[in-house]
Each structure stands twice: as C-alpha cells, then as structure tokens.
Ligand binder design. Structure first.
Ligand code: ASP
Length: 343
C-alpha cells in the first residue's frame, strides 16, 4: 500500500515537473520553469491580412487553439467598414443586398459554413456555430439568418453609405466585370472610372498552426461585387475556398470563385502537399490547373492560393501579379507579394 502511494507521489512530482518544463522533466531537485517552444504561425490573404493576423496572433502566442485564432483574426476585416469585400461595408449584389459567404474548419475535419447570409457582420462566427451547434455543415440564405438570430446575433444593415454609393454608380452602366486586382495596371488604366474602384473582389482566407501543432482555417467574404442575387462563390465551400487536413496542411483561396470551385482548389492544394510538394509548388500546380482548363480566360481573371503545411512552411501562387499575403509568427511579421504566372 505504502509503496503504491510512494509510486503515485513520485509520478505526480514527475508529471508536474513535465508540465512546468514544457514536457521535459529536469534532473535534480530544483525544477526551473521554462516556456515550451511555440512554433505557431498564421498566414492570410491580402495586405489587410496583417491586421487580422495580429488578432489571431494574440491567441496563438498564448498557446491558444488555431480555431479560436482564425475566427478572431478574420473578424477584424469583417468589422472594418473600409474593407469593401468582407463583412460590414462589403459591396452588395446587383440588387443592392450585401450577402456574405464564410466557412471555418478545425483539426478534426469539423467544419461549418454559411452562404448568402444577410444582415450579420460576423458571418464567420455564425459558420462556427453551425459547426458546433448543429448536425449540419452548411446553412444558406434565410435559414442561416434565422439560425443566427436564434443564437443571439443582432440584425444589422451591412450596406454602408460608401458601398451604396458605389452600387448606385455601378447601376448606371450595370456591366458585370470582375476586376483582376488593384495591381493590374492595364485594368486600372482602362477602367479608371470603374465605379467602386478597380478592386471589386477580395476575400480573407486565413490558416494557422498552433503551439500544439494543430491546424485550422477560416474564410469570409462578401463575394464578387454586383453578383446576381443568390450567387455563392468558392469561399464558403469546404474544399474550394478552404480546406484543412491536420495530417498534412491547410489551404485557402481568393479571386474568381467559379474557377476555384471547378477544380476544388484548396482541397487540391492540400492533396498536392500530401504527395510531397511544398506549399508554394502545390499552389502553383493548382493555378496551372485553372490555366489548363481555360488558357485564354485565365489571362483576364485573378485567382490566388495560399497554403501552410504541418511543419509551418508556407507559400502562395496566383494567376496575376498583385496578390499579396500576410505572415505572422514569433520570428516574422510581413506582407509578401505572391509569385504569379502572368506579369
Ligand atoms: N473568391 C471570392 C468569390 O468568388 C471573391 C474574392 O476572393 O475576390 O466570391
């Protein structure tokens, strides 16, 4: 009995030492606490990813869960009225309605998505609730709104005066032309009077690796500006706009969603990483798949992929010059231009 109790006490001392030392028990009687290593990293699409990464990082640096980090991260551009492609202040569809698409995925293949959700800024948090509180993965339109309201979200008007003005300008010509992105000088020159600016699409896709070595991702957007009411892009479609496989890596996309859906782009990138390709090479191969299907069309649209593997290596690739992404880890904080096929 005594010896069992002694063994138990010894085991307790060893395990508390292991906790204090981040998993390694020290020799000798004095246990020196030291922080466990934190290989966390978060990456996200476009320049506005930097502010989103900062919010995600405040969770990751405290060794929080990647899932909480990506949700907190993408809520930043969702709430920013100056960002006209995500959440509140997003450019509306051709009927003047702001409809949001978002999805989230964790390290256990749990996922949740909302499509064409109106009146709720934080579509990503509704997507997370779909994942955690329902047996389903996707809720769309009125059903998604009803679910959000039943879960305490408040109905808001997401159409800011600036976005309404841009839409009314657009109505004068009503020409639907998804722009490449602001860096495309030719488009800017030819469309200097393009209502709403040359940039009429962009999504935040974010993927993160936490201190426990687990991956999660989130993706949220108001979709292509002036789209047909009811149009849903790649962003809320698991496998297209976002995919996470905790054994391998995670990927997300931005750009003309129709082209990403056709190739189930983010899932493709993850599977290419599974085959041993680096994140950048995998993103490049997915972009090449889009070109292969439609070489001419691919010259005039933008699609970008961003990927992170289990080792914390990351990379991106786009059709056109101008796609940027933001990275944050304990060693790095930067916004990088992605490599591209054209330009
Ligand atoms: N991928 C988004 C969509 O097609 C838009 C974007 O990223 O620009 O809805």
């Amino acid at each position: 009995m005594k010896s069992t109790r002694r063994k138990f006490l010894q085991a307790s001392v060893i395990s508390s030492a292991a906790v204090l030392t981040g998993g390694q028990a020290l020799a000798g009687s004095i246990v020196q606490p030291r922080p466990a290593t934190n290989g966390s990293i978060v990456i996200s699409t476009w320049d506005f990813g930097r502010a989103a990464n900062a919010a995600a990082w405040s969770i990751l640096e405290r060794k929080g869960r990647a899932l909480d980090a990506v949700e907190a991260g993408v809520r930043v551009p969702e709430a920013d009225p100056s960002n006209q492609s995500v959440g509140y202040g997003g450019l509306p569809d051709r009927d003047g309605r702001v409809t949001l698409d978002a999805c989230i995925m964790d390290e256990f293949y749990n996922c949740g998505s909302v499509m064409a959700l109106e009146h709720i800024t934080h579509a990503i948090s509704v997507a997370r609730l779909v994942m955690e509180k329902t047996p389903h993965i996707v809720l769309a339109g009125d059903g998604a709104l009803q679910f959000a309201l039943a879960n305490g979200f408040k109905k808001e008007n997401l159409l800011t005066p600036e976005s309404e003005k841009a839409w009314k300008e657009w109505l004068k010509r009503s020409r639907y032309e998804p722009a490449i992105n602001v860096e495309n000088q030719l488009f800017r020159k030819e469309n200097s009077s393009y209502p709403g600016g040359a940039e009429n699409h962009d999504t935040i896709g974010m993927v993160a690796l936490d201190a426990s070595g687990n991956l999660s991702g989130a993706c949220t957007t108001s979709g292509l500006a002036y789209k047909i009411h009811g149009r849903v892009g790649d962003s809320p479609i698991i496998g297209a706009g976002l995919y996470v496989d905790n054994e391998v890596g995670a990927a997300t996309s931005t750009g003309v969603g129709e082209e990403v859906i056709r190739i189930v782009g983010s899932h493709l990138v993850v599977e290419l990483m599974r085959q041993g390709h680096s994140p950048e090479a995998a993103c490049k191969m997915a972009v090449q798949r889009i070109i292969k299907r439609s070489p001419e069309k691919s010259k005039n649209i933008q699609v970008g992929f961003l990927a992170l593997n289990k080792k914390g290596e990351y990379g991106a690739y786009a059709l056109q010059k101008g796609f940027t992404y933001a990275v944050k880890s304990s060693k790095t904080e930067l916004v990088k231009p992605s490599k591209s096929i054209y330009g």
